[in-house]
Design a protein around this ligand. Structure first.
Ligand SMILES: Nc1ncnc2c1ncn2[C@@H]1O[C@H](COP(=O)(O)OP(=O)(O)OP(=O)(O)O)[C@@H](O)[C@H]1O
Ligand SMILES: [Mg+2]
Length: 361
């Protein structure tokens, strides 16, 4: 059974009866896995405290299921992702939202609202042009730390979702795009991601909706529930690929420097933990491009305001131009330098209106 807003509020008040009352206010998110609400909490200690309630439903909405395969495998045990989220958060050495109360049986967590500490969602910071350059260093240091903490502790966590099915769900559109033309690329990317020879549970959801940033550049990280056993090298280019999309849409000041700073800070910090790590440039290029184009082409799970600067259809055409060059059969891109330089060119062409489609009569 899934609780709606009224039932959820009632349930929390039942669970925590002696101490507080809670009133759910706005719904902040209702994506694949959880419903997230802002709420007002009253306890002996606090009066009218602004908090956030995350609730993971028993059944996820039908529109997020692509196939029977998804229903049977990938999302079969989706409630378990909530517990995994909490368990992972406990072992991390990075700033995460403070948990006020976690009701394990009902998959309900009450936590501090990060806005109380002047944090704002990374996506909002970008769209409102409030992203401080100093955030780049903190973002990537946080990521390197999360990666390392998970590498050290992975054996404490059990795999909740199947890696192959999560990949299919993430890259649903990419497969269609590369079908018949660069299926070799798609298969290689999937083979790397699934990483049968690795057994680390890794956080795959590194994107601009799972970070919050303060005006001074400090960073908070959250939402670890969909971690699966996969290639840890996916994490950095996946997030950078998302930011590549904002770059094309003419957001972020000095975006190429920002991306480079992120990448360099990440590698420096991660090398500090693991001096044997060898950076695989080709894999980075593949994952970066895959993340950028599947999000840009489908505009799914991404704020549609992103494309407003250059028009939504322009985003798709620009993305196509990007992967056409990067995955060119005769002359594929082989260095990050070249990858970022193509991105810079496409950003500037997009801003000049090159990818705008003529109006359909
Ligand atoms: N502690 C918090 N303080 C303020 N806002 C929060 C907090 N936790 C979550 N949110 C808001 O709710 C959104 C969804 O939360 P979260 O990422 O944990 O859930 P999710 O269902 O896994 O979402 P998604 O599928 O978008 O990643 C966040 O992007 C953020 O806007
Ligand atoms: Mg999230």
């Amino acid at each position: 059974m899934n609780f709606n807003k009224v039932e959820l509020e009632k349930r929390i008040n039942e669970l925590a009866i002696e101490i507080w009352t809670i009133k759910l206010t706005d719904m902040l998110a209702w994506w694949v896995v959880s419903d997230v609400y802002s709420a007002e909490l009253e306890t002996i200690e606090w009066e009218n405290k602004q908090i956030v309630v995350k609730y993971t439903k028993e059944n996820i909405s039908l529109w997020t299921i692509f196939s029977e395969k998804d229903r049977d495998y990938s999302f079969a045990d989706i409630q378990a992702t909530h517990e995994l989220d909490m368990d992972i958060q406990k072992i991390l050495n990075v700033k995460t939202p403070k948990i006020i109360k976690h009701f394990s049986e009902d998959n309900i967590t009450l936590m501090e609202n990060f806005a109380n500490e002047d944090y704002k969602l990374l996506q909002g910071c970008i769209i409102d042009w409030e992203l401080p350059f100093e955030a780049s260093k903190n973002l990537w240091e946080s990521l390197a730390t999360v990666r390392y903490d998970l590498e050290v502790n992975w054996s404490n966590f059990k795999q909740v979702e199947d890696s192959g099915h999560q990949f299919d769900e993430r890259f649903f559109e990419l497969q269609a795009l590369l079908y018949n033309w660069r299926m070799d690329k798609f298969n290689k990317i999937k083979e790397d991601f699934v990483a049968k020879n690795r057994n680390w549970v890794m956080w795959t959801d590194w994107d601009q909706k799972n970070f919050a940033v303060k005006p001074n550049g400090e960073v908070m990280v959250f939402d670890f529930g969909r971690s699966v056993i996969c290639d840890p090298d996916f994490l950095l280019p996946n997030l950078l690929g998302h930011l590549g999309l904002f770059t094309i849409a003419w957001y972020i000041e000095n975006p190429i420097e920002f991306l480079k700073s992120i990448q360099e800070s990440f590698m420096r910090k991660y090398k500090f933990f693991n001096s044997d790590h060898i950076f695989n440039e080709q894999k980075f290029i593949n994952y970066f491009t895959a993340s950028l184009i599947h999000r840009g082409m489908a505009m799914r799970w991404i704020d549609t305001r992103i494309a407003n600067n250059i028009w939504e259809d322009s985003m798709k055409w620009a993305c196509m131009a990007f992967w056409d060059e990067v995955f060119d059969k005769e002359n594929p891109v082989e260095s990050i330098e070249e990858l970022f330089s193509i991105l810079e060119t496409i950003r500037s062409l997009a801003e000049q209106g090159k990818y705008k489609r003529p109006k359909v009569r």
